[in-house]
Design a protein around this ligand. Structure first.
Ligand code: G3P
Length: 221
């Protein structure tokens, strides 16, 4: 399973990129607004900051409701950073989003259909040619449904139906989500920087380092 970072915060993106573990970036309107920057400018900064990834998702705005409106916004987004090959158009899981997805796929543009909460939604998006689908597991857990189970079912369906759409497990809240979606067959997990940090930590690692440092202080100089 690959790691994407789920943020529009440039510092966090740069820190994760430096670690060498990053395969992509996902953003959404809420994440961009949180940064207090102009959407297109931030997408350009992100694309420049992470040249060696496979995808940077930029979502059409909530103002785009029809397929035509989504396609018009996508046509502007794909020009950013000189037509960067990594730009991926994130589209909502609506009938208009599916129509825009099929259109953009035919044009060779990468797409990520977002706000997926059922296997059927994932199947529709895959059939519309989506490069990626984004099931939101944390938000399902929030309403007492099993988000990881949804990812497992989508992975199973894509396997038996031989669909090459990749699953981005999104709305990931903690390290256990990451382990479980990896085992469930997600291709990618998109996670906030705080969760990436948590993944790297264990108290016994800290204790071990502390013991090495204490023993080393007694070494023959
Ligand atoms: O990538 C989708 C993600 O940003 C949603 O996460 O935590 O707002 O449910 P959350």
């Amino acid at each position: 399973m690959k790691f994407f970072i789920d943020t529009a915060n440039l510092d966090d993106i740069q820190k994760a990129y430096k670690m060498g573990i990053l395969s992509g970036v996902t953003t959404n309107p809420s994440l961009v607004v949180k940064e207090g920057v102009k959407f297109e400018d931030r997408i350009e900064e992100i694309l420049k900051a992470v040249p060696e990834v496979e995808s940077v998702s930029a979502e059409v705005t909530p103002d785009a409701v029809t397929a035509e409106q989504m396609i018009a916004e996508a046509n502007e987004l794909i020009k950013i950073n000189g037509g960067d090959k990594n730009i991926t158009i994130k589209l909502p899981m609506t009938l208009a989003g599916l129509e825009a997805c099929r259109y953009l796929t035919k044009k060779g543009v990468k797409t990520n259909v977002t706000l997926i909460f059922t296997v059927n939604q994932a199947l529709l998006a895959a059939r519309a040619g989506a490069t990626y689908v984004s099931p939101f597991l944390g938000r399902l857990d929030d309403i007492s449904e099993d988000g990881v189970q949804l990812v497992a079912k989508i992975a199973e369906l894509f396997r038996v139906a031989n669909l090459d759409t990749q699953i981005i497990a999104a709305s990931v809240r903690h390290p256990d989500h990451v382990t479980r979606v990896a085992l469930a067959g997600a291709h990618i997990s998109t996670i906030p920087y705080s969760v990436i940090e948590q993944l790297s930590k264990h108290p016994l690692t800290d204790q071990g380092l502390d013991k090495f440092a204490k023993d080393w202080a007694k070494s023959v100089k």
